[in-house]
Design a protein around this ligand. Structure first.
Ligand SMILES: [Zn+2]
Length: 73
């Protein structure tokens, strides 16, 4: 294993990441994270192997992007 790299947003900041779906969904449901993550869907990232939160309507475009850049081992 090399060092863990987490995904970045297009603006260069690190994306929120979680080790489990439960952790991601708990964060999406936590009022202190609203409105940013409110209603977001947890999904397992094919790039970093952690869970992210994304708007459901962003998931499919994001997956297309991930496939292009994917270096899944
Ligand atoms: Zn990721």
């Amino acid at each position: 294993m090399t060092e863990t790299k987490h995904c970045k947003r297009s603006n260069g900041t690190e994306r929120a990441w979680f080790r489990t779906r439960e952790e991601a969904e708990a964060s999406a449901g936590d009022p202190k994270n609203h409105p940013v993550y409110r209603g977001d869907a947890a999904h397992l990232c094919g790039k970093c192997g952690f869970w992210h939160l994304s708007r459901a309507e962003w998931l499919f475009p994001e997956w297309e992007t991930l496939e292009e850049k994917a270096t899944v081992n």
